[in-house]
Design a binder for this molecule. Sequence first.
Ligand code: UFG
Length: 328
Amino acid sequence: MRILLTGGAGYVGSACLRWLLRHGHDPLAYDDLSEGNAAAVPAERLLRGDILDGKTLAATLRERRIDAVMHFAALASVPKSIDQPEAYWRTNVLGTKCLLDAMLASNVKILLFSSTAATYSFDAPMPLAEDSPQVPQVPYGTTKLAAEHIIRDYARAHGLGYAILRYFNAAGADPDGGFGEHRREETHLVPLILYAALGKRRKVFIYGTDWPTRDGSCVRDYVHTDDLALAHQLAVEGLRPGMGRIFNVGSGTGTTVLEALRACERVVGRPIPQEIVARRPGDPAVLVASPAKLERELGWQPRFPRIDEIVETAWRWHHGHPDGYARR
Ligand code: UFG
C-alpha cells in the first residue's frame, strides 16, 4: 500500500516507516521537522509539510495516490501539555480535523491514529482493556481523546475505515543500532537513564519512590517501536472502508522505574548515577496494557517482550550515536 505517515520523521513514525518499507509497502513521511529528524527516513521518502496546511495535505494525498494515512503528527509530552494546553489543542485536535478534511477532499478512506494510554482513567483496574473508562487527566490525554471522537464522527458519516492504536510507553531503537530516539528536549525515562550512563547528563532523577507499587516507583508498560510498527502493519492490512477498530499496544508487563534502571545497568555493565526526587505532576502510579485484543484479533506478538531486550537496542543506538541525528 502507498501510505502517508504524518509525523513520519518522528521517533515512532520513522520506526513505522522503516518497518513498512521492509515489509513490502510504499510509505511516505509528511513532517514539518519541528520535532522529527530528516535523517531518520530516506530522503526521497520525506515530504516537508505542516499538519495544519490543509491545501498541501489534500494535494499530497491526491497527487501521490495515497491508499491509507497513518497519523503520528502530534505534540506528545505529558508535562509540557500541562503548561501549554493551547498548543496541544491546536496541533493534536485541529491538526486531526484538518487531516480528515483533506482525506474527504481527496477521497482517502483509510486512517490509523496514534492514540495513547493517557486517554484512560488512571483509577481503572490494571491491566487496561480497550473498554476501560476514558477519563483523561492531562491535556495530552484530553486532546488525543478529542481527536479519537472527531475520527469516529467523520468515519460514521463518511464511511472511513479507521484503527485507533493506544500506545503505552514506546521505547527502544532499530535492532541494528542505526536509528533511534532523538528529541530536541528529552523527558522520557529510558533515554534519560542512558544519557546519564554516557555522561551526557550528570545523573537520572527518579520521580518518587513513595508510590503504592512493589518498590515505590511508578509502573509502566514499555513496548518496543518495532512491535508498535508491527501493530500498525497488521492493522492497516486488515482495514477496509466502514470498519472501526481500537487496540491497546503494550506488552502487558509492568516495569517499575527502578527495574528499568536496573535493566539499563545490566545492559551498560556499570552503575548509573541516580537521585530520588519528588513525584512529577500528572504521573499515574501504574499504567499497564492488556494487549489481548490485539493478539486475538490481529495475531500480534511482541518480538521484544522483555525490558532488557528493549534497552539493549536503545543502548546500541545511544552508544553508537551519542549526538543522535545531530551529525548526520
Ligand atoms: N521518570 C523518571 N525520571 C525521568 C523521566 C521519567 O523517574 O527523568 C519516570 C516517570 O515519572 C514515569 C516513568 O518514568 O513514572 C515513565 O516516564 P516517561 O516520561 O518516560 O513516560 P510517561 O509514562 O510520562 O508517558 C507515557 C506515554 C504517554 C502516556 C503517559 C501517561 O509515553 O503516551 O505515559 O502518563 F500518555
